[in-house]
Design a protein around this ligand. Structure first.
Ligand SMILES: *Cc1c(COP(=O)(O)O)cnc(C)c1O
Length: 395
């Protein structure tokens, strides 16, 4: 095929305020770390970077789990890794389904040959632990799988009761922390979570490309006592452990510069401090909600079940979803998300994740949305910025 090289310009996407369901804006320090020279995957320098990255990940997951590593691939690779390692054909798996990502878990359970025990919940609400208890009565599942932060709806799933039920029934608990890790309390050890995965591009504010994973000693025991080899060679945690652990056994070439980026993003998280970081996410979320409600718009999720990291806003009747999002992007440089599945056209998904969770973004978004809705003839009440300011003043 012939090409004219002059048709291919330098990459220059322009400035974007990333307030969608991920990726979030990446700090310059992280991009700078990524541009350091690439070294070999067994270079002594890189080995020390790997060790430090693991320590920083344990800090973020709030765990002492030795097997805590970033897997090559995005959050979905993290999801697939956990199921393919912890479930063998014929084993029962409980999945909580109240959104897109819970639904995706059921797809993976089917692909790995697990027997699915569904616990369905309403999209936009947390799942009731009593429904979980009823679903497992008289069964002996291997694994419970729940989404902590359901990015498709903005719901936070409380995990304490579910962890008790899982352990009472002798099962492991797997949790999707893609939209919670780095933005809110996850407490892997204090809650007793056996396997957790996340992605780098949401509340950690690193580009997409790695999936942090942590396995508890009980999950490692399940891995080591498998009857069948893990169906995926690339995602086999026992092989990955031999590379990330003291053996340093080649498995696949680590994405060196992505690991640099993750280490720097995690260093930024640790410099801020977890409590301070969670408080920042909570405050910006509160200010955004105050502004939205002052405008006369409504949140999709009831107050106690809302995520600080992903805000689902009901689209007012008669408002064209796509037209508003286009104007936000073209006129304000702001990216927000539309909805997935049945909620399409009903909600906007506004992320306040990691580096993107800041006062400036809250004000930019509120003023942008207000002026766009007005220009489209939608009646909105004045005072959104004042309401958000009041939340900051109180803090
Ligand atoms: C984004 C997301 C995923 C998938 O992550 P990718 O990086 O897009 O592969 C999985 N679960 C949840 C809750 C997410 O928000």
């Amino acid at each position: 095929m012939d090409i004219d090289i002059h048709d291919f310009r330098d990459i220059d996407p322009g400035d974007r305020v990333l307030m969608g369901p991920g990726p979030s804006n990446v700090p310059a320090r992280v991009i700078q770390a990524m541009s350091a020279p690439c070294v070999g995957h067994l270079d002594p320098y890189f080995l020390s970077v790997m060790d430090e990255t693991q320590s920083l990940l344990r800090f973020l997951f709030q765990t002492d789990n030795p097997l805590t590593i970033p897997v090559s691939g995005t959050g979905s690779a993290g999801m697939e890794t956990c199921f393919v390692n912890l479930v063998e054909p014929g084993e029962e798996v409980v999945v909580g389904i109240n959104g897109f990502f819970g639904t995706r878990m059921t797809d993976i359970v089917r692909r790995v040959g697990g027997q699915l025990i569904r616990v369905d919940g309403e999209w936009g609400r947390a799942i009731d632990p009593e429904a979980v208890r009823r679903a497992v009565q008289g069964r002996s599942p291997k694994l419970f799988a729940f989404v902590h932060a359901e990015t498709s709806t903005g719901v936070c799933q409380p995990l304490e009761d579910i962890a008790s039920i899982a352990h009472e029934s002798g099962a492991l608990l797997l949790v999707d922390m893609v939209t919670s890790l780095g933005g809110m309390e996850v407490g892997v050890d204090s809650i007793g979570i056996d396997a957790a995965y996340s992605g780098t591009q949401k509340c950690i504010s690193c580009p997409p490309g790695l999936a942090p994973i942590s396995f508890s000693p009980a999950a490692v025991k399940a891995l080591d006592s498998r009857k069948n080899p893990v169906a995926s060679l690339y995602l086999d945690m026992s092989m990955l452990r031999s590379y990330w652990g003291p053996e340093r056994k080649y498995h696949h070439t680590a994405p060196i510069n992505m690991v640099y980026a993750l280490r720097e993003a995690l260093r930024i998280v640790a410099e801020e401090g977890l409590e301070e970081r969670f408080a920042r996410h909570h405050l910006n979320h509160k200010a955004l909600v105050a502004g939205i409600e002052a405008m006369g718009l409504a949140m999709f999720v009831p107050e106690p079940e809302r995520l600080p990291t992903l805000n689902a806003i009901r689209i007012p009747d008669g408002v064209d979803d796509m037209k508003v999002r286009k104007a936000l992007l073209n006129d304000f440089g702001i990216e927000v998300g539309g909805a997935l599945g049945d909620l399409k056209g009903q909600i906007w998904r506004v992320g306040l994740m990691g580096h993107s969770s800041c006062r400036k973004n809250v004000f930019t978004f509120l003023s942008g949305l207000e002026s766009i809705l007005r220009s489209q003839g939608v009646k909105v009440r004045a005072g959104a910025l004042e309401a958000a300011s009041a939340v900051y003043a109180e803090a």
